[in-house]
Design a protein around this ligand. Sequence first.
Ligand code: NCD
Length: 309
Amino acid sequence: MNDFFNKDIISIQDLDKAQLEVIYSETDKILEMESSQRREIARGKALGYLFFEPSTRTRLSFQAAMALIGGTSFGIADANSSSIQKGESLADTVKIMAGYSDVLVLRNSLDGSSRYAAEISEKPLINGGSGTEEHPTQAIQDLYTIRKEKQKIDGLKIGIIGDLKYGRTVYSLLYGLGNYDVDVHLISPESLKIRSDSTYDIKKGLSYTESTSLDEYIEDLDVLYVTRIQKERFPDEEEYMKVKGSYVIGQDIIKKMKDDAIILHPLPRLDEISSDVDSSPHAKYFKQAEYGKFTRAALLGLILNKDGF
Ligand code: NCD
């Protein structure tokens, strides 16, 4: 039996390095398969999605992944169109969806929502973003992109810049990077440094520097991971206005980068990367988004098939 069969994916901290490597190699396998072969992986299976926060890539890439491997998907893309609007509880909604599908994906603005829902669901549940806490499948896709584009993860110098306080992708990525031998530099405004309640867990796996200046590190970085300032998570608009536009990756920054350094971003991008960077060979964020379809297909294939595929 494979490790992932019927398992929930709530935190990337629940996966070890060997398990991450299995997902990467199964992703490579799916990329190489004939489409008729891929469609056997989830034939007759259904993915139910419950998205109570906006999403483009996560929800659509899960749907695209399920279609790629021959399954089907349906769900709630907007809380206002579901009975949650009438006052139905998350618990009841999850129970109903578990009855209709073989695997669930949940996105919710509350920390702890996925772990709570997984306890209620009789079917495996994947965290598609829980509050400011974690976004494990994004991190799997980020790690896969680094491995694919740099041919390795160990030994790299990785800068993570932007909203490190509220950006859940950052936490999952840091926990995931804890399995590798990497130098991490965290760059953010003082008020958006990573939350102190998470540093204990992050430091179990890696050491990092913290700074407000990208200039200090830019010339040495192999990977620059840029994040959006998470406006919707600020308790106060005034605080957001103070940090809005803190960092903008433009041609001036690109010029300082190593020739083979790559720029990643979980997207959506607002103004933190100028659109004229998109055509630069450093820009890998659209490719990163595309890889998400394949890493999710691999993960779904493993969760749905006892002996793998
Ligand atoms: C991220 C998220 O929802 O946390 N988006 C995504 O899933 N790719 C990042 C963000 O919203 O900034």
